[in-house]
Design a protein. Structure first.
Length: 80
């Protein structure tokens, strides 16, 4: 099971870099399967680079720092 509080802490750590570009991220869910669902906000929402931000940034960092995280998905992909 993934520690939701640890996920929140890591997202807080990456938030300033997103905000520097006019964006933000909100944690939507941490599944028992290790899938973290987030919503990109501000300039990040709908940005052509948002998939790279998720995979190359947020997902990579969460996998490194939070045991059990297997993937990060955008909320709009999950029908939320």
């Amino acid at each position: 099971m993934v520690d939701k509080e640890k996920v929140k802490e890591v997202l807080e750590a990456v938030r300033p870099s997103l905000q520097a570009d006019g964006g933000d991220v909100e944690l939507i869910d941490v599944g028992d399967d290790g899938i973290v669902t987030v919503e990109l906000q501000g300039a990040c929402k709908g940005c052509p680079m948002s998939q790279m931000t998720l995979a190359g940034g947020i997902e990579r960092i969460l996998k490194e720092r939070v045991p059990g995280v297997v993937a990060v998905r955008p909320a709009d992909e999950m029908g939320m």
